[in-house]
Design a protein. Structure first.
Length: 146
């Protein structure tokens, strides 16, 4: 198993996911992959399906994938959110993460990205009375979690 985040950092990330998802019907997952066989974007697409993120009711799941050993990451959204965000939204997210990661602030970068994604999801997919949590909020790790 990949040991990348300290337990307290994991808790900060999970808290950010729960905070963001509390205001939206959208779903956010963070996944760390050890030794991916493909580039981060291709791997993110594979993991997205393995985690069944494409099965949310509004198709508004967002995955942040980190491949620490390769020093790569990707952030992708399902077709529901993809249809409504500005054309450069995912590039903005990528640039935000990259800025944090270049300074070695991985946890802070993930939390900032989750916060920004949460704001965007809240705009287009506000929480409903029955705001069911369709996917786990924990961080998934490598093959064991998918």
């Amino acid at each position: 198993m990949i040991k990348f985040f300290k337990p307290e950092e994991e808790q900060l990330i999970i808290a950010a996911i729960r905070r963001a998802e509390g205001a939206t019907s959208g779903e956010i997952r963070v996944h760390l992959e050890e030794n991916p066989q493909a580039d981060a974007l291709t791997e993110a697409k594979r993991i997205f399906r393995k985690l069944q993120m494409h099965k949310t009711v509004d198709r508004n799941g967002v995955l942040i994938l980190l491949a620490p050993e390769k020093k790569e990451f990707a952030i992708i959204g399902d077709e529901g959110i993809d249809k409504v965000v500005e054309g450069d939204f995912w590039e903005q997210e990528r640039d935000l993460l990259q800025g944090y990661f270049q300074k070695g602030h991985f946890c802070a970068g993930i939390v900032a990205a989750v916060d920004l994604v949460g704001e965007k999801l809240k705009t287009f997919f506000p929480a409903t009375r029955q705001n069911e949590n369709e996917l786990p909020d924990d961080i998934s790790y490598g093959a064991k979690d998918v």
